[in-house]
Design a protein around this ligand. Structure first.
Ligand SMILES: [Zn+2]
Length: 285
């Protein structure tokens, strides 16, 4: 899983849904895989076509509803940063620099309504839901004392999960192997859309990504940030900081899901030369 993306929440209605219908799914499966852009510097190959089992539009719609619910809950508890919050303004400024480089990884992103919000929580956490709904927790900014370059690396990583449709792929694989319940079946026409959104949103927030997905998000995020003028070296310093908080509050999931911290850093270091030129030619903020 992506410990950065992982937000702890649950929905009691998630378990009692009708079963997935593979036949129906395959009838509706269509479309081509998202290829890496021709000019990409990092090598991440093509996305799995299996993700086509889950309609992108409905996944994005469900994410939007879940995101709105999260905002409403946080606002009600006084935990949502207002528009004038300096840290939120900083996050939104960084997002504005990254967004122009997202569509080359996924054409759908041209029509996404990107949003960035800040939750007041000690948790070291951040996420980007399908459709471009971004959340940061104050804990990740404060505890790691992130520079703008490092924030850009995290944001790029999370954007990359959404752009490469890792959630969609993960949900499709879960359904296709018969291990999951009915989320995709509902997407394909069963049940009310409100229920679909609630269940889907729940899964989005508890989704576990593979190590390959994590690597892909690291590299795609690195390239997006470099093109936007953020120093690629920050990807290394970021993960060194992540390593340094091992054992402190909020980092338990890091220990359990990212045992190969040095490997992650080495992989990023190996890719720095590929994006250095992009960074040097990029407009600087
Ligand atoms: Zn991740």
């Amino acid at each position: 899983m992506c410990w950065i993306c992982h937000a702890k929440t649950s929905h009691p209605a998630a378990a009692d849904r009708p079963l997935w219908s593979p036949r129906r799914a395959f009838l509706l499966a269509a479309g081509s895989a998202v290829a890496a852009p021709v000019l990409a510097q990092v090598d991440v190959g093509r996305s799995s076509s299996m993700r086509n089992l889950v309609p992108a539009e409905q996944l994005e719609q469900a994410a939007q509803q879940q995101y709105a619910q999260l905002l409403a809950e946080a606002r009600a508890k006084g935990l949502l940063a207002g528009d004038g919050n300096p840290q939120l303004r900083r996050l939104r400024a960084i997002a504005q620099r990254l967004i122009p480089y997202t569509a080359q990884w996924n054409e759908r992103a041209r029509n996404w309504r990107w949003e960035v919000n800040l939750f007041n929580s000690k948790s070291i956490n951040a996420f980007c839901m399908p459709g471009g709904k971004i959340g940061f927790f104050t804990g990740i900014l404060d505890q790691l004392k992130l520079s703008d370059d490092e924030v850009a690396m995290i944001m790029g990583h999370e954007m990359a999960h959404a752009l490469r449709e890792h959630a969609r792929e993960r949900l499709a694989k879960t359904q296709a192997t018969g291990m999951g319940l009915s989320l995709a079946a509902q997407l394909l026409g069963w049940g009310q859309i409100g229920d679909v959104a609630a269940n889907l949103g729940t899964q989005l927030l508890t989704l576990k990504y593979s190590r390959d997905d994590e690597t892909e998000a690291d590299l795609v995020g690195l390239e997006i940030a470099a093109r936007a003028g953020y120093n690629p070296q920050a990807s290394v310093s970021l993960w060194q900081k992540m390593m340094s908080v091992k054992g402190s509050q909020g980092s338990a999931s890091f220990l359990s899901t990212h045992p190969a911290g040095p490997e992650r850093i080495q992989q990023l270091q190996a890719n720095l030369p590929k994006v250095q030129g992009l960074y040097e030619r990029a407009p600087k903020g």
